[in-house]
Design a protein around this ligand. Sequence first.
Ligand SMILES: [Zn+2]
Length: 69
Amino acid sequence: MDKELLAMLVCPLCQAKLKYDREAQELHCLYDGLAYPIEEGIPVMLPESARPLDVDEKLPPSPGRTGEA
Ligand SMILES: [Zn+2]
């Protein structure tokens, strides 16, 4: 997949950069826990087409942030 295209892609929900999973041919938003499929080289950036990521695929909580204000 085109690296420049990949660099432009962001999650349609949260506008975060996506992680490209080459093996699965998916783009992962670690914040929403969604995997957007890549079909024939074309990323399908539709939340309704995305699958939920498994828990261990999601972004782990940053050790510096406990969630307390
Ligand atoms: Zn997102």
